[in-house]
Write a protein that binds this ligand. Structure first.
Ligand code: SF4
Ligand code: SF4
Length: 354
């Protein structure tokens, strides 16, 4: 489990356990939920539609054997059911916002009953944008519920009437892989529910989503030229777990994501000029487009790398990167190549000729 999230979660549980620190616990819980939701936001904003119904770990045991869409649906259906039908006793966001139809989901359940390819087929039907809006509304609504809960309510238990209400809602499938949820939820007090559906459950599924998207990026980059249009090496990029290369649809380069169409201006320009990369362009040294914008602190080092490729070729470039990464510990190339493209080029040449 992610160390930071796991530590935060432990701290939350300890704070929630005492009346004097209870409010701090709720505050920290909301922070954890916001951090986790930010991961979901980045995934939804960054990846192509087909990423959301792929199952790169289809045969594995564990949450990562699902899809990205299913994971979002499942986390927030469970939360919606528990927060509204069980705890607050009011209408779920799915129904109140008429989301089922808008999302395109054939089910209103948690999805626990779905198996193997059924998960992929189900995921294909979901409108990821609307699903994200639904997830956000559920998250905000639960945050508000959590803020209004009092310490004295933490030990509140659930009865057979609550179980009946959950069964009658039709939101939990009678399938053996799903129906246990009702006993599980109703066997807990509110504090116990906060510990699972509202926090730990999120951590486990968000971690699985990160694993899925890392794998999808890796698959996308397979066989693709590892040199980015601007002159970076995708093989050595600190973003390579997030980004599947600007030469694929899994382009989540932090620079490209700043643009509405999610396309890096350097990549677009190279395509328009029908060239392999900026290293083939006569305007390289004076270019101020995209990543080469003068106020971008990585501009000079990107240019230095493109200039090196132009001079020595891609093979030499990848070799020099291997050497640099062996000798130095760095994430961004400007940490080594500095802020002057000519000096950066000299550093690369020196390293190559060593
Ligand atoms: S951010 Fe750029 S260099 Fe890094 S993997 Fe993506 S396209 Fe490649
Ligand atoms: S003009 Fe700039 S962005 Fe376009 S190909 Fe040339 S160097 Fe790259």
């Amino acid at each position: 489990m992610n160390k930071e999230w796991s530590e935060m979660n432990k701290k939350i549980q300890a704070l929630l356990g005492k009346e004097a620190t209870y409010k701090d616990g709720i505050e920290l819980l909301i922070k954890l939920r916001n951090d986790l939701f930010e991961q979901i936001t980045q995934i939804v904003n960054g990846y192509p539609l087909q990423a959301f119904y792929q199952m790169p770990y289809a045969n594995a045991d564990g949450y990562h054997s699902k899809t990205l869409s299913y994971s979002i649906w499942h986390i927030f259906r469970i939360e919606d059911i528990v927060a509204h039908t069980l705890i607050a006793g009011d209408e779920q966001i799915l129904m109140a916002g008429d989301y089922r139809k808008k999302i395109g989901s054939p089910i209103i359940t948690t999805g626990n009953e779905l198996k193997g390819q059924e998960i992929a087929e189900f995921s294909k039907k979901l409108d990821i944008r609307v699903l994200y809006e639904y997830a956000k509304e559920v998250m905000l609504s639960t945050n508000s519920l959590l803020t209004n809960l009092k310490y004295s309510q933490m030990k509140a238990k659930y009865s057979d009437a609550d179980k009946k209400r959950l069964i009658e809602s039709g939101c939990v499938s009678p399938d053996e892989n799903a129906r246990w949820l009702i006993d599980y939820w109703c066997g807990k007090d509110i504090c116990g529910l906060i510990k699972m559906p509202f926090s730990r459950h999120w951590i486990m599924h968000v971690e699985a989503m990160l694993r899925i998207k890392n794998k999808l990026c890796k698959i996308a980059r397979k066989g693709v030229d590892p040199i980015a249009y601007c002159g970076f090496s995708c093989n050595h990029c600190f973003l390579s777990e997030w980004c599947g290369s600007c030469r694929t649809e899994y382009n989540v380069c932090s620079f490209a994501t700043q643009y509405e169409d999610k396309r890096c201006p350097n990549a677009v320009c190279c395509m328009e000029k029908n060239i392999d990369g900026c290293y083939e362009c006569s305007e390289l040294e004076d270019c101020t487009k995209g990543f080469y914008t003068p106020d971008n602190d990585g501009a000079a080092s990107a240019k230095a790398q493109a200039m090196f490729i132009r001079k020595c070729g891609k093979k030499a470039f990848l070799e020099v990167h291997d050497k640099l990464h062996e000798r130095f510990d760095f994430a961004k190339t400007q940490e080594i190549l500095g802020q002057d493209m000519n000096e950066g080029l000299k550093i690369l040449e020196r390293e190559y000729n060593k």
